[in-house]
Design a protein around this ligand. Sequence first.
Ligand SMILES: [Zn+2]
Length: 384
Amino acid sequence: MYTLLVEVYLGVPFGYEPDDEMRKLLEDFREMINFCIDYAYKRRITSYARLRRGVYGEWKRRWNYSTHFCHSACKIALAMLKKHRKKHKKGKPEAKKLFMQLDPQLYRFYGDKIRISVRPRKFIFINLKFGEYQKKFIDAWREGKLKTGEITVNENKIIIPFKKEVDLQNPREWIAIDINESNVTAVSSNPHVLRVDHELRTIHTTYFIIRRKIQKLARYKPKTARRLLKNYSDREKNRTRDLCHKISKEIVNFARQNNLGIVMEDLKGIRKRIRYGRQMNRRLHSWNFRDLQFYIDYKARLNGLPVEYVNPRGTSSLCPICGGKLAPNGHRLLRCLRCGYESDRDVTAGINMLRMRGAPLPLKAINEDSSPLLSEMERIVIKC
Ligand SMILES: [Zn+2]
């Protein structure tokens, strides 16, 4: 086995309240970006070095800030122009929102606050607002386990990327994770079936019913109704978030103990794919599907486990053995019309994902009997 050192980034948002100085800096920075866009657009400049050389004299005359702000504005301006061109839009883009990106030379992180260098010997100190989630990163940073990268600052948030050099081992075995409304089923090539039964759907249904009752009240007491809705929606969010953390922890712990790489469905742009059907859309909209994937992803990476995504097309409709069409056959079971493969719907999705990753399949004696010998796969059921 060989080891692979990889830098892993995770952007962590911190709250803050900008004072007048900070607001002025943000407004000036927006002007700098638009100035750079204008300069590059008129001269058709796409190279960073050329733009930086071209604008520097005038930039220096207009703004009295550290030179690094000029670098950053040029970089952002070029990125915005590029994005604009890619979309085949006419004219030039314009920075409207207040934001800036600062490389580590322009700021210093102290854990609970941050110092931004405006110009030599002139600094702005900002107190950061944070909770338990952010605190874990601060602690790891204090212990020297994490480094910070280029930060993004807007009107009320500072996003600090934490990076870690992790030893991403090259696992021979993988685990595919299929997320459903009532359970998360993980199928590993070693072979195991890990099922985490969860109550995310129940929580959402409970709060849905509560909300409907409150809405009836809104006719008579609109203010009370609004307050109640807010309270319950916060409570719902907290409960589901805690549960997502718990579920992802179980799965990543299992993967780490068995040294398994993680495979998940790539769900970017899935809403555009109408053919995928109502079932999929409903489960995507109804609860924090992406949150759960995100938690699994970052927990895995922090533990040095590789995470890969595969196209979800066909994972629950095609036979993992022969590629034939699968038909429902009883409760949550699927059967292949061509070769007779038969298995649980969620397990099948996992096997298909492993196959797409090129991982060994948890199947035995495929030639004699094309069904996966689920009885020989160790089943673990966890309740969350
Ligand atoms: Zn088949």
